[in-house]
Structures are given as C-alpha cells and as structure tokens.
Design a protein around this ligand. Sequence first.
Ligand code: 13P
Length: 251
Amino acid sequence: MPRQSLVAANWKMNGDLAGIRELVGEISTGVEPDASTEVLICAPYVYLPEMQRLLVDTPIKWGAQNVSEFEKGAYTGEISVSMLKDFGCEFVIVGHSERRHVFGESDQQVAAKFNVVNKAGLTPILCLGELLEERQGGTTEEVISRQLNEALNCAGIESFENAVIAYEPVWAIGTGHTATPEQAEEVHAFIRLQLARHSDEIADRIKILYGGSVKADNAAELFSRADIDGGLIGGASLVASDFLTICQSTR
Ligand code: 13P
C-alpha cells in the first residue's frame, strides 16, 4: 500500500494572534480534503488553544514544536505532553536542529522526548540531520545513525509504528540551499534501511519527511522520490499560497 503523505508546517517562533488567525483562515479555505495527504500545522505553544478552536472542524491537524521530557513537576517554563493533549495536539516535533544546536538538546534528551510523546499516544516527528561540516567530512550517515539509534535504544522499534521521521540537513534550514532530490533521497533510503534492520514492516510504513528550504517551486520534485513522503516546512509555511502549493505537490 502506498504511504500517505504528510505536509507539516513548522511556524517556529513567528506570528501573532491576528496574523495566525488570518493565516489559518487562508490555509483552511484553500486545503482540499484529500485522503492521500495529511496536512499539519505546528504552532507556538501559546497559540495551540486557538489552533484547536480554528481547526477542530477542518481536515487540518495541529501540533507542537517541542515538549518536556518530564511528566510534571518543578520544571519552570516547560510544557508537558499531557498539557498538549488537553488542546487536541496529535503531533509533536522532537529534536529539531534548532533545539539541538541553539538550545543544546542532547541525543539522549531528544530520545527521552520521543519516548514521552509516544507513550502518551501522540505522534512524535523525530528530526535528524547533519551539520555542513559533518556532510563535508563524510560523516552524514554516522550522524544520522547516532541520532536514530538513541531513539531506538530508548523507546524500541515498536514505538516507530506511530512515529514520523523528518530528515532536515542543518545546512539546508533557512538558507535557501535545498538538498537536491538525490541527496535527500539517499539519506531517506538510508534511514529506511536502518529501520529495516529491526522491522521490515515498520521501515516500509513509516513516513520520512524532508525539511530544509522546501519551497513552492521545488517541493514536487523532492516529493516525487520514492522514500520522501512529504515535508516539514519552515519559512514557506508562513505564506498561505506557498504552503498550499506545497501541500498539492505530493500528488
Ligand atoms: P525552512 O523551510 O525555513 O528552511 O525551515 C525548515 C525547518 O526547519 C522546518 O522544521
């Protein structure tokens, strides 16, 4: 069976209440319900109640960009997975490169977050990706394996039954230097192969998204590759017409 595609917006720390209402209005009016493609918006925490209000009767899902690895307690400023559930989130991005490289999240911490989201019955979107110097140094596969194995060791292969992976080469994020479809496909196929060492079925079923300067004019070519099941979209998801074009590029 062909895998369903997923196009996910990662708004990062952008927007305000009025702007978000306008953007959601434009996106939800323009999205054509389509069983072959799921559409998701990952909004800043404080706007999640509003996302629930605006999207509850639409085919569009909403989710968070991060979560605490802890269940509850004295963790000032953190948000737990049960809080996200209260507002209808179904997806949570974990281990985005900005969390890893700007906020110093370790592979272990990301794996713990992956586990917490999974155990709560939400779908983690586990981000993996190498830095420019790692690609240039020929260690891309080593880095991807290390990041993936940490989650596998912590949560087990079964947890990938309800998970999404996003390959986001750090050098492609927000830079306009999109990975070529060949470069992306090569890493996606590698990730699927790593999972197949544990379970062919899970490797075959899991969605692997590409992220990093996906735009309206390059999405279709990326999404046409065998192992690329959609995208995690930053900048272009803040412009409704661009995001809608990207959503339609899965076909
Ligand atoms: P850009 O699409 O802005 O490069 O961001 C990609 C990203 O980080 C999505 O999570």
